[in-house]
Design a protein around this ligand. Structure first.
Ligand SMILES: [Fe+2]
Length: 234
């Protein structure tokens, strides 16, 4: 499996607090069959505990070295989860995408926004938009998500909601999105080791409900395509 959305880079947001905690989560990820993981610290003007880019890069290099020294086989990449804000295109242009691709992971749940307009602006600037856990964004109902998908957005659902471990509305919406074949990618959004474990449970759930081909597409093939996509050139 590939995990495109995690907060396990230590000390840069509200996720892992120490390098040891990051390592514990990485080891757990490898043990449940994840071979590639993207670290996506929050990039936001609306939250506390956000770190400047040079700190993020420094810690990313440190963690990668530690993982290599301890024999982990995981591919570890850097990305970002960007909260929707007034200068979204500008921020994403300054390098906050998934592993330097033209795919941006955007969280629209922090404030009510014109999501269609944001997607239009980003796509017009050459980016593809992955909506982070849309099942959690209360002002977007199923039909809104249907429309946004048809406007070109990718939908990333969190594994804990498919596994039935989140809040009731989000769990229900995640499962409806699966039922209606609306999900592009499943990722953990792990801030700790317990959430990481839900990837295994969610894979089993998708396998049971939709079969192997769909499970592989949501957990492996589509995330791999995103990581392999054209590198964004400024
Ligand atoms: Fe997140």
């Amino acid at each position: 499996m590939i995990d495109l959305h995690t907060h396990i880079l230590f000390g840069v947001d509200d996720g892992a607090k120490s390098i040891d905690e990051s390592m514990t989560i990485l080891k757990k990820a490898e043990s449940i069959g994840i071979h590639t993981i993207v670290l996506t610290p929050h990039m936001s003007l609306l939250r506390p505990l956000i770190s400047p880019k040079h700190v993020i890069i420094e810690r990313f290099e440190l963690l990668k070295r530690r993982a290599f020294e301890q024999g982990l086989k995981l591919n570890i990449f850097l990305g970002a989860e960007v909260d929707e804000h007034d200068h979204l295109v500008q921020t994403i242009k300054s390098g906050y995408t998934i592993h330097q691709s033209n795919y941006a992971l955007v969280d629209f749940s922090m404030r009510k926004a014109d999501v269609s307009e944001a997607i239009y602006d980003l796509r017009h600037s050459g980016f593809e938009v992955i909506i982070a856990h849309p099942e959690r964004t209360k002002y977007l109902d199923f039909l809104d998500l249907y429309r946004l998908k048809h406007e070109g957005a990718f939908l990333q659902v969190s594994s804990k909601h498919l596994a039935g471990l989140g809040k009731r509305r989000a769990n229900k919406m995640a499962r409806k999105l699966l039922k209606e074949n609306m999900i592009d990618v499943v990722a953990s959004d792990a801030h700790d080791v317990h959430t990481m474990l839900s990837m295994k449970k969610a894979y089993a759930y998708v396998l049971r409900k939709k079969g192997k081909e769909v499970a592989e597409r949501l957990f492996v093939t589509t995330p791999a395509k995103i990581l392999d996509s054209k590198v964004y050139q400024q």
